[in-house]
Write a protein that binds this ligand. Structure first.
Ligand code: FES
Ligand code: FES
Length: 156
């Protein structure tokens, strides 16, 4: 089947999509957007998090056919051209990236949190990121990055 969707503001389509194929597979393997990572493929790790109609979702759990006609925003769509989103900048500055496998999903989740709550406390940050697993950082630098991004957004 053909699946039509909007990805990062562009109308896109994928042909010959199998009914059991995930949105994550379509994004990575058919549309050339490998930013969203495939770590568990079971909705457990959050590395595949994308916005689906403005709401974060695990792309590995969304059947490609369910994305028909919908809006998807991936980690590639957070930056404005060559200008990183403040959340991305904060992750780099705070050293919140090691192997990077968790990073795209964390960026989308953190971006969503700060859009919804420009001044989140630590409990809100932890709750917002609870579905995103990181094996490398111990989370403290990720917390630092989200605090920094929120502070910058509040000051802007
Ligand atoms: S790859 Fe989707 S939640 Fe882990
Ligand atoms: S930086 Fe490696 S899993 Fe998070």
């Amino acid at each position: 089947m053909r699946v039509n969707l909007t990805v990062n503001g562009d109308r896109r389509h994928a042909d010959d999509v199998w009914e059991g194929e995930s949105l994550l597979y379509v994004l990575r393997e058919r549309l050339g957007l490998p930013g969203s990572k495939n770590a568990c493929e079971q909705g457990e790790c959050g590395s595949c998090t994308v916005y689906l109609d403005g709401v974060p979702a695990c792309a590995c759990l969304v059947a490609a056919g369910q994305a028909e006609g919908r809006e998807v925003r991936t980690v590639e769509g957070l930056a404005d051209g060559d200008t990183l989103d403040p959340v991305q900048e904060a992750f780099v500055e705070c050293g919140a990236v090691q192997c990077g496998f968790c990073t795209p999903g964390l960026l989308v989740a953190a971006h969503d949190l700060i859009e919804r709550d420009p001044d989140p406390g630590d409990a809100e940050i932890r709750e917002a990121l609870a579905g995103n697993l990181c094996r490398c950082t111990g989370y403290e630098k990720i917390m630092d990055a989200v605090r920094l991004a929120a502070a910058r957004k509040a000051a802007s």
